[in-house]
Design a protein around this ligand. Structure first.
Ligand SMILES: Cc1cc2nc3c(=O)[nH]c(=O)nc-3n(C[C@H](O)[C@H](O)[C@H](O)COP(=O)(O)OP(=O)(O)OC[C@H]3O[C@@H](n4cnc5c(N)ncnc54)[C@H](O)[C@@H]3O)c2cc1C
Ligand code: SF4
Ligand code: SF4
Ligand code: SF4
Length: 401
């Protein structure tokens, strides 16, 4: 039976809960807002299936194998605008749906919780586009994916590396009709903090928030901003990583899941078929796509992944790159983020303080934050932001996006 002795040893993938035939494991929120398995021991028959499904207990040893690397950009302007980076995910997912398959991904539910669901139509893929910077709730996705796989449907499952390894461990066998896509994932913040942020922003708007775009490209791909929308898709708020308190919380590692500070899934040789992540160095890697609309780095790990890439390449402009060049500067792929020394205090204050008080205390708007914002905006207008970013990257590494 699963027993969590140290919270850093549970990534919340829910594979154990999905594997339990007796349904005695319920994923339950802790005081920090993260879900962990809670077992009804009176129903447990000690079969051990939950432990067999856990990707942390059964951590795979990393072994090198042949890989292929690309930088890609979707040819469709609307898809590209809505995607986080270059729209690689949509290219793969659209192909799967055209083959009669199903695609699993992360989206918002009607209460703005981030949840995993599946789509069977091309139009539905829009809700998966754009990264949601919070832990997604897997719900019943693993069991549903298994049902589709057993019925012979092509299944594409996208998620964080721990979710993909959780799915594979839960399935306990390889399926030829499964294609898995993981993102390079720095960490996931607590859903409780996102709720507090939404509550704070909702108080400022009469119409209410119906959608969030964590990586809005209105001011260009390289200047990441968070955008809030009302039910008519009218923008209510737009602020960058310099001034938006939620993005500042995310990039300061102050409220991430404990497992993210000791991530068991940070590696180059992965269990997924395809890994996707941001290409901010597009000017060096793929100058034809250097239009500030976004580009995705793609690392292919399997024959299945190579076959799919051949099928989707018509939707993309792309270049193949030597792997040392592609992987240079991708620290988040292999290194866990450091825990912010104020994490404990922040999460305790989150229970005591009103939403605005909390964000004002830890992420106040100061002269320096405003200065940073206007440097970004003005340098963006004059097309020199990428050079400032490059200098920043050389000096401090790839911290901000
Ligand atoms: C929590 C998180 C952290 C990330 N950290 C980094 C990083 O440090 N460095 C980096 O280069 N890239 C990071 N990425 C990846 C990056 O943001 C883009 O997802 C990637 O560039 C692919 O973009 P795209 O345009 O091809 O796909 P998009 O169209 O943006 O597709 C997004 C895909 O991500 C999935 N997804 C979105 N939100 C979640 C979520 N909360 N949980 C699980 N799956 C989700 C969707 O299902 C979909 O498959 C992160 C993504 C997430 C979700
Ligand atoms: S040991 Fe078996 S019955 Fe008990 S919680 Fe785990 S999977 Fe369920
Ligand atoms: S890591 Fe996943 S499978 Fe392991 S205990 Fe946590 S939720 Fe369960
Ligand atoms: S950092 Fe690791 S543990 Fe955290 S969500 Fe990403 S893959 Fe999972």
């Amino acid at each position: 039976m699963i027993e969590i002795k140290d919270k850093q040893d549970c990534c919340g993938c829910s594979a154990c809960s999905a594997a339990c035939q007796k349904n005695c494991i319920v994923m339950t929120e802790d005081e920090e807002g993260f879900k962990y398995p809670k077992i009804d021991t009176s129903k447990c028959i000690n079969c051990g299936q939950c432990e067999k499904a856990c990707p942390i207990i059964n951590k795979n040893e990393e072994k090198p194998f042949a890989q292929k690397g690309y930088v890609v950009q979707h040819k469709n302007a609307k898809i590209l605008k809505e995607s986080t980076s270059g729209g690689a995910f949509t290219a793969i997912a659209s192909y799967v749906i055209k083959q009669g398959g199903v695609v699993f991904g992360a989206t918002f539910d009607e209460k703005l919780n981030v949840v995993h669901i599946y789509a069977e139509k091309i139009d539905e893929l829009a809700k998966f586009r754009n990264s949601k910077y919070v832990q997604s709730d897997m719900g019943n996705s693993f069991r549903l994916a298994k049902k589709f796989l057993q019925s012979g449907r092509l299944v594409c499952f996208s998620g964080t590396p721990c979710q993909i390894e959780g799915l594979k461990c839960f399935l306990q066998k390889n399926y030829d009709n499964l294609i898995t896509i993981d993102v390079v994932c720095r960490a996931v913040p607590s859903p409780m903090i996102l709720k507090k942020y939404i509550k704070m922003q909702n108080k400022k708007t009469a119409s209410g928030i119906f959608n969030i775009r964590f990586r809005d490209k209105t001011k260009g791909y390289k200047y990441s901003a968070l955008n809030l929308y009302d039910k008519n898709n009218v923008s209510l708020y737009h602020n960058g990583i310099d001034t938006d308190p939620y993005l500042r919380a995310f990039f300061s590692n102050i409220c991430d899941r404990p497992s993210c500070y000791h991530c068991a899934f940070k590696k180059r040789y992965r269990e997924s078929d395809i890994t996707i992540w941001d290409c901010f160095e597009v000017d060096e890697m793929f100058p034809e796509a250097d239009n500030d609309r976004g580009a995705t780095k793609v690392l292919i790990h399997s024959q299945n992944g190579r076959n799919i890439f051949d099928k989707i390449s018509g939707q993309l402009i792309f270049t193949s790159l030597p792997l040392d060049k592609l992987l240079n500067n991708s620290k988040e792929m292999v290194c866990s983020v450091p825990m912010n020394p104020k994490r404990k205090e922040f999460l305790e204050d989150a229970k005591k303080y009103d939403d605005k008080e909390l964000f004002d205390k830890y992420f106040p708007i100061t002269f320096m934050t405003l200065f940073e914002k206007y440097v970004r905006l003005i340098s963006g207008e004059f097309g020199v932001y990428k050079y400032i970013r490059k200098v920043y990257r050389k000096l401090f590494g790839e911290r901000k996006r």
